[in-house]
Design a protein around this ligand. Structure first.
Ligand code: NAP
Length: 284
């Protein structure tokens, strides 16, 4: 059998940590496959997807700026998983019998990491999401009606409104609570979990996007930023003896779920974690 090809399509893709993580998993399970980077400009996306089968590509991850267009393509030409359809974005494609199947593993990856790493089950709990961009949307649309309520805030209120409208198409509107400056503190006080879904914390010297005085005992903190061992928010929360973690676990789990979709084998998670950490270190 020829070597299987997998990869990441995006533009740009040079900074990706996925090849290290996926290739380590293929090596560990002795699967004759290779994960490559495909830098595809928007104008070339459709042709690339049409040619996946011809080019012997068995599966791909999809990143910025192609996630929505890939969803449109799969909806018209393949099989779209229900969550990917609700979210409106595909980040993983699998080729099955010449047909393309589209999934989104960001929400499931977050959920798996939340349960396995932070030991937190969101069902029936109150969740506070800071930021209403792409990552927040994937998480909120995956949590759906599970939590008792999901508070969402963003510096741009229109982002929150947009996500609220989208959420309400599929889920109980009473569970989504838009938060502004006036009800920020009381909403966070009522929450069991804080999800930090803004880019604040990625760069040296970034402050915590939440005043540590607003954190309360028992609150769990999941900061999606993954490019450093700890953000200011995670440091402050840990100092207050709260359970807190960065987004490395989500990054790992969304990749592990993609690997499992492609290979139908349990991902060697510790091997992937080690490869991810090493790749992160060498990316500086
Ligand atoms: P995004 O689409 O740019 O969304 C971030 C949102 O947060 C934007 O609407 C932004 O508003 C808003 N924001 C910025 N500062 C804020 C503040 N102080 N208070 C409230 N809202 C604020 O970014 P994204 O793709 O969702 O990514 C968000 C973070 O998650 C990044 O750090 C990314 O690396 C991380 N992430 C991690 C994983 C993982 O696997 N761990 C996966 C995806 C993303 P403006 O646009 O107006 O600034």
């Amino acid at each position: 059998m020829p070597k299987l090809t997998y990869g990441l399509i995006g533009h740009p893709v040079g900074h990706s940590l996925s090849p290290a993580m996926q290739n380590a998993a293929f090596d560990d399970l002795k699967i004759d496959a290779e994960y490559k980077l495909f830098d595809i400009e928007p104008a070339g996306l459709e042709k690339f997807l049409k040619d996946l089968v011809k080019n012997n590509i068995a599966g791909v991850n999809v990143t910025i700026p192609h996630k929505v267009k890939a969803k449109d393509f799969i909806k018209a030409n393949g099989v779209l998983n229900e969550h990917a359809e609700r979210l409106g974005a595909v980040n993983t494609i699998k080729v099955v019998g010449g047909k393309l199947m589209g999934f989104n593993t960001d929400g499931p990856g977050f959920y798996r990491s939340l349960v396995e790493d932070l030991k937190f089950e969101p069902e029936g709990k109150s969740v506070f999401v800071l930021g209403a961009g792409g990552a927040a949307r994937a998480i909120v649309m995956y949590l759906g009606n599970g939590p008792r309520e999901i508070f969402v805030t963003d510096i741009d209120d229109r982002m929150v409104e947009d996500l609220k409208k989208h959420f309400e198409k599929y889920y109980d509107h009473r569970r989504f609570k838009a938060v502004c400056k006036n009800n920020f503190k009381e909403s966070l006080d009522a929450s069991d979990l804080l999800v930090q879904a803004t880019p604040i914390g990625m760069h040296d010297g970034d402050p915590s996007p939440v005043d540590p005085k607003s954190l309360h005992p028992g609150l769990r903190v999941y900061d999606l930023v993954y490019n450093r061992p700890a953000t200011k928010l995670v440091e402050e929360a840990t100092r207050m003896k709260l359970h807190a973690m960065t987004g490395l676990g989500m990054l790992l789990c969304q990749g592990a779920i993609a690997f499992e979709l492609w290979t139908a084998k349990r991902a060697p998670i510790e091997v992937m974690r080690k490869a991810l950490k090493e790749a992160l270190k060498s990316h500086g």
